[in-house]
Design a protein around this ligand. Structure first.
Ligand SMILES: Cc1cc2nc3c(=O)[nH]c(=O)nc-3n(C[C@H](O)[C@H](O)[C@H](O)COP(=O)(O)O)c2cc1C
Length: 353
């Protein structure tokens, strides 16, 4: 291997810098407040050490898995992100085309700039992400639209009672003043945000998981969990999967890294639900670390979003580079499947995390 895949993956931000308006790029890459959590995320994955297996046949590496009742080709998907149409005119549709080609799943932000029906027309497997409003009934039209368009699951983001403050570089425009509002939140009814009760719920609880499952008939994934006891409360309330996330460091700055929180959540949940993780995962070795620490699947926010500057071909190239790295990492670790990676981390490392 020439390492070209690694160089290309590492260059995504630099490439986007030449294309995107400065406020948009800044919004994509920044974290909340001082970006401490954002800055630590990738380093936490890189600090994981492996004890590779040897004398195991690694001819056929099989990365496919059952994700909430549907087989996907790789143990990763696209995390929900806003502003996809500010990154590329085809936005979510381009992302979805690449996801359909890759045979994986895309989580569509409730703030998306493309109607659910157009995303569904690409044939991509997709889930809806939601924030619940103070008045839950206001969410019903959005949920109904997503179900009608074929969403396969609903992802409830639970780490955002309020939106974490992010600082704009002095002298640059605030992103929301530069982006056409028509590129955002097109799946809500007109005038939605002006209604009393449309603000984000401050009183989210486990009962909201059952409410969402009842309203949609879909599996519910709880995104934004860092503590094992919260993961258990979510599972007991009916969550089909728990998603370890600190929102890419964009909510509570100084929140612990997801690499450090994943092992205890995975141990607590066991086989009762699936466990996903995101935050700072950038390479095939990071994917291997996440699988080894107990994740069923990994989700990516900024990387595919930055690759989207080149439209669907950019995201397809990102996926291909990541796939090549991940297959190499599993082979070198003596693993053919995600299951083989469990317990691959050095004992002292697993204890320290
Ligand atoms: C520009 C941007 C917009 C995001 N929008 C949402 C969103 O609408 N809903 C949500 O649950 N998470 C959102 N996230 C968080 C991602 O889903 C994900 O948790 C995070 O980006 C993962 O970290 P990574 O970017 O290091 O891969 C957003 C992240 C970014 C970078």
């Amino acid at each position: 291997m020439s390492g070209a895949d690694a160089r290309w993956l590492d260059s995504l931000e630099e490439r986007a810098r030449g294309v995107l308006p400065a406020p948009v790029l800044e919004y994509l890459v920044q974290g909340a407040r001082d970006s401490v959590s954002t800055g630590e995320a990738t380093a936490a994955w890189r600090s994981v050490r492996f004890r590779p297996r040897v004398l195991h046949d690694v001819t056929h590496v099989d990365l496919s898995l059952d994700l909430l009742g549907r087989t996907v080709e790789v143990p990763w998907g696209i995390a929900p992100t806003t502003l996809q149409r500010a990154v590329h005119p085809d936005g979510e549709v381009a992302m979805a085309r690449a996801v359909a080609d890759a045979g994986t799943v895309m989580v569509v932000s409730s703030n998306a700039g493309t109607p659910f029906s157009e995303i569904a027309e690409t044939g991509a497997h997709w889930w809806l992400q939601v924030y619940l409003p103070a008045d839950r009934t206001l969410a019903e039209p959005l949920l109904e639209r997503a179900v009608a368009a074929g969403a396969g699951a609903v992802v409830l983001t639970v780490d955002t009672p309020v939106v974490g403050t992010k600082y704009a570089t002095p002298g640059t425009d605030v992103v929301w003043d530069t982006v056409d509002p028509a590129l955002l939140r097109v799946n809500f009814d007109p005038g939605y945000d002006a209604q009393p009760g449309a603000e984000k719920a401050l009183d989210l609880g486990p009962h909201d998981i059952g409410w969402l499952a009842d309203r949609t008939g879909l599996p519910v994934v709880v995104k934004g969990v860092l503590r094992s006891e919260d993961a258990l409360r979510a599972v007991q309330a009916g969550a089909a999967a728990v998603w370890v996330s600190n929102h890419g460091g964009r909510q509570l700055d100084r929140a612990a890294s997801t690499a450090s929180c994943l092992p205890s959540v995975a141990a607590a949940v066991g086989d009762r639900a699936q466990v996903y993780v995101d935050g700072g995962v950038r390479s095939g070795l990071d994917v291997l670390a996440a699988l080894a620490l107990g994740a069923d699947a990994v989700f990516f926010g900024r990387s595919p979003l930055l690759a989207l500057v080149d439209g669907a071909p950019g995201v397809t190239r990102w996926h291909g580079a990541l796939l090549a790295q991940t297959v190499e990492a599993l082979r070198l670790a003596g693993c053919r499947t995600a299951a083989d990676t469990r317990g691959l981390t050095a004992v002292s490392q697993a204890n320290r995390l």
